[in-house]
Design a protein around this ligand. Structure first.
Ligand SMILES: [Zn+2]
Length: 185
């Protein structure tokens, strides 16, 4: 039986044989927006289709829980890169209902790490980080608004960048608007 790696390599071989991808697409997003969303498996393909995003349109940042921790964490730095290097003009924060991150806690993950042999000494070093990240996050819609609030308070995000907040149904792709960024400009 083929391993997953073999399957992926075979898929790629077949993809290349069937897709003559000759058209060069710019790394600068044509629709000049950045999208921050979750890594949820159900959003694969769905979010692009549901929002009408095509190759070359946008910068898409995905992480666990559409989260944004720390004023200068990786997510913020990625967004700053999209603004100051890739010329994006708007930001979309798109959470989703039934987010697995909202259903987990620092206790759960630390427990599982302990079961897999991570030492108490090591766990102590990261415990606080995981508490700050996971434990306040129980409501995906509220999280979207919190992320927007944090970005608006960030002195490096220009005031003229609209930051929109939405939440998507991971089954149907239906979007609900939580915050219209144009109204805040
Ligand atoms: Zn999620």
């Amino acid at each position: 039986m083929a391993t997953l790696l073999q399957e992926i390599l075979t898929n790629n071989y077949e993809f290349l044989a069937n897709n003559k991808c000759t058209k060069e697409i710019s790394k600068y997003p044509q629709k000049k927006f950045a999208l921050l969303t979750c890594m949820d498996t159900r959003l694969v393909e769905l979010i692009n289709k549901a929002l009408g995003i095509h190759r070359g349109d946008a910068k898409i940042i995905q992480n666990a829980g559409t989260s944004l921790i720390g004023e200068m964490g990786e997510t913020v730095k990625s967004l700053l890169l999209t603004i100051y290097v890739f010329d994006i003009k708007e930001i979309f924060i798109v959470g989703h209902y039934d987010c697995g991150v909202a259903l987990t806690s620092s206790k759960d993950i630390l427990h599982n790490m302990r079961s897999r042999g991570v030492s108490e000494q090591q766990l102590k070093l990261i415990e606080k980080d995981f508490q700050v990240w996971l434990d306040p996050y129980t409501d995906p819609a509220k999280n979207v608004l919190t992320v927007i609030k944090k970005l608006k308070a960030n002195p490096f995000i220009p005031n003229d960048i609209p930051i929109h907040g939405l939440i998507i149904d991971p089954h149907t792709g239906k979007l609900d608007l939580l915050a219209d960024g144009y109204k805040e400009i």
